[in-house]
Design a protein around this ligand. Sequence first.
Ligand code: FAQ
Length: 312
Amino acid sequence: DEMRLQERFDARIDAGDFIEAKDWMPEHYRKTLLRQISQHAHSEIVGMLPEGNWITRAPTLKRKAILLAKVQDEGGHGLYLYAAAETLGSSRDQMLDALHTGKAKYSSIFNYPTLTWADIGTIGWLVDGAAIMNQVPICRCSYAPYARAMIRICREESFHQRQGYGSLLTMMQHGTPEQKAMVQDAVDRWWWPSIMMFGPPDDQSPNSAQSMRWGIKRVSNDELRQKFVDAAVEQAKVLGVTLPDPELKWNDERQAHDFGAIDWSEFWRVIGGDGPCNRERLGARVKAWEDGAWVREAALAHAGKHQTMKEA
Ligand code: FAQ
């Protein structure tokens, strides 16, 4: 029986069908999705912190309103993604516990500090740019609840990317020499971590082969990274900044840019918990959870009273 179910599942995947929450699925498929979607959700929530750091210091009311809206969107993305992950049979409490105890990962990129206002524009340009490049193919993920969440998220992410790039353009076109230097410095610091976001090289990515087979991943880590680099080179020219990689150059034969070696030891260190801000980020999430305990308790007590009244 199990074998027939497995065969039917494989055939549906091969035919490019979408799998819904109530459909039969292999346990490993369910676990892989739960891992990826919950880590994606955690990334959105932890990703609110580096930018949240600048809400009180945004240079104008307009920039402050935009940044507030962006950070709120990220909270919303986290919630859609937790809801999508819950359809796979895990509770939000279990997922949050995995985050708070360091068992679940979140994107490496959010363990870097936001030192100046230019970091906010740079996150929009490079980090949201990388996020979109990675997420557009997930709109066709074989697991339908994740694919549906991704469609809306990608639309909002595109707005985030444009606001970041727009903010940097303003600084580069109308800014003082100090402001232009601030943009260049932010780009120098965020470039390498941004291209690490796509994950380890394909030949060192333990989950890729199976996830590609299942249509969870549609495009490989290295392929997405290459597309991102190619797009960013042109955008950097328009901005008037340089990318901090002396080996970055067009390769006519490959019709793509060659780029320098990525420091993968830095990447593994950061995802292992030892990046510049890991402790601060996780500490902030755990504190928020603990500080919110009274709200959860009050809500439960309130719901309990209503239940008793209804029964009476
Ligand atoms: N950071 O075998 P693979 C955003 C882990 S965008 C941390 O290649 P996989 C928007 C990986 O989990 C950021 N860990 O793994 C925003 C695995 O460990 P595990 C979030 C990473 O899953 C913008 C191990 O390394 N986006 O939030 C990273 O096939 C601005 C081996 O790797 C997503 O999560 C990394 N960068 O491919 C918000 C997109 N890379 O789990 C605020 C959905 C790899 O076995 C502000 N996720 N690892 O313990 C994916 O597409 C995939 O999960 C990949 C990794 C591509 C990230």
